[in-house]
Design a protein around this ligand. Structure first.
Ligand SMILES: [Zn+2]
Length: 236
């Protein structure tokens, strides 16, 4: 079993670094995606404000059209009224129509003005969000360029470590031991073995019962730390 421990320790030297590199290769794209998400959210917020402003402008145009049409009809009625000067009843009819129209035009103008304030507010919000987005995008682009460099470096490191690992893999470790070891690497932050110093596990610092330290020292079987589950070894 001592030979297996030695082989595992040999692998562990590489696997600790390999685990770190693999974690890095997971973390970097995840971080980039999160930041990209932030930028996208801002872009969506800008688009939303712009769309809202556009819709309000459509309504403003509708009120303007109502006011324009009303003014045109008023002019025509004023003209008709001036020609109907003799007919008092008709005159009164036109006068009433014109007054009604005047009110309609005035209401449409007021409503349009209120919406104009609204659209100015939306335009300002959109511009603020846009400049925030542009600044964020700039930061993100610099970050993403950096991430690309870091990923490339990590990939190179990973290839180098994988080659080194393959060299150290001598085939003297039983498959079930190797798969236990690799599972521990993943669940224990890349460190599957722990040195037993005296009675203490040097990974989790728990004290072992004496019979366990004896079994580890004997080296005839693989002993796992009851606390952190790592494979225990002693330096001899
Ligand atoms: Zn432990």
């Amino acid at each position: 079993m001592r030979d297996v421990i030695r082989s595992l320790l040999d692998l562990q030297e590489v696997d600790r670094d390999l685990h770190r590199v693999l974690e890095e290769l997971k973390r970097l794209p995840a971080e980039r995606a999160a930041r990209q998400g932030e930028v996208n959210r801002l872009a969506a917020a800008v688009a939303e404000k712009k769309l809202a402003a556009k819709n309000v402008r459509v309504r403003i145009k509708e009120f303007e059209d109502v006011a324009t049409a009303g003014r045109q009809r008023m002019r025509k009625l004023e003209n008709d009224m001036s020609q109907a000067r003799a007919d008092a009843q008709l005159h009164a009819f036109f006068d009433h129509q014109i007054k009604t129209l005047k009110k309609e035009v005035s209401t449409a103008e007021d409503d349009g003005l209120k919406l104009l304030e609204q659209v100015e507010l939306l335009d300002r919000d959109a511009a603020d969000l846009q400049s925030k987005h542009d600044a964020e995008l700039k930061v993100f682009e610099a970050f993403a360029a950096n991430v690309a460099l870091e990923v490339a470096a990590a990939e190179a490191k990973r290839a180098q470590l994988a080659a080194e690992r393959a060299k150290r893999m001598k085939g003297d470790i039983a498959p079930e031991v190797l798969s236990d070891y690799e599972r521990l690497l993943r669940s224990r932050g890349g460190v599957a073995l722990a040195q037993l110093d005296g009675r203490q596990c040097q990974a989790c610092f728990m004290d072992m019962p004496t019979n366990m330290t004896v079994r580890v020292a004997r080296g005839s079987e693989l002993v796992r730390c009851p606390s952190c589950d790592r494979i225990l070894y002693t330096l001899q």
